[in-house]
Design a protein around this ligand. Sequence first.
Ligand code: SF4
Ligand code: MG
Length: 329
Amino acid sequence: MSEWLEVNDLKTYYPVKKGLFGRTSETIKAVDGVSFAVRKGETFGLVGESGCGKSTTGRSILRLAEPTGGTVLFEGQDIMKLGKEELRRQRRHMQMVFQDPLSSLNPRHTVGKLLEEPLIVHGLGNSSERKRSVREMLEIVGLPAGFASRYPHQFSGGQRQRIGIARALIVRPKLIVADEPVSALDVSIQSQVINLMQDLQRDFGLTYLFISHDLGVVRHISDRVGVMYLGRLVEVADKQDLFSRPLHPYTQALLSAIPNANPDAKRERIVLGGDLPSAAQAPSGCAFHTRCPYAMELCSKVMPRMVERERGHVVACHLDQTGNEAIRC
Ligand code: SF4
Ligand code: MG
């Protein structure tokens, strides 16, 4: 598998007005120097607490949010350098699925029309071919073709998500960025939608960037996982390595909070002190130092770099595995 989507030092900052009458402003560093690579055909899970910048990372890769810096190479092409028209063409290959994909669409349009729209935008097929594609696509996502004449409000959450997936898939993309695609669904429906996504990945050769705050879901679907904290990646590893041997204290704390599927593996719950700091006032050095049980003097002064500790297992922390101060950068 080649590294096929490469994100290098991605930054997405937003100015926000504050103070009386918005006279002063501050900068939210929603994504602050994120680098990782996604391999063709895999599912890369991006996890972290809400507000850690994982959605903005996904949106920035597709330039639905405009990055402030960094590069995104997709099949060797720098997405950041594309003009408006080239970007529009490129979007055919890079689609997004949202938590409730139909909520932002016109509720007075039938599902058929909503599914046909992307085909029109990308100039795919004539009218009868498009109608046929819509019916086929509904069946592919497990819905009757006749649903094309219905309206979004007539569907359950799970059905709406199937339609959202169909709308992304109908232009035959290569990459799907799925942002919390099952978070609003009941657990039993979640697993149906995830199974569907896995079947579609196999049948259509899709690559997923799967964004979720839910570690259980990420563990189920991902091949590799990246953990984000306050706009930065703190750990990336194969799923097995991350869940069996998390190296970053933040990952360790996140994992300790999920009910353990294996009762033999004794893992004490690590309770983090303090609240998640604001991305406008990220702590200096390692941004996690205000909550980290192992924080040392160095941590508030020097930002740890991402270092490969084991094959394919990258972590940004000054500690080594024995708990000693490891890396001065
Ligand atoms: Fe904790 Fe320091 Fe490692 Fe940050 S660098 S996670 S504060 S030990
Ligand atoms: Mg989000």
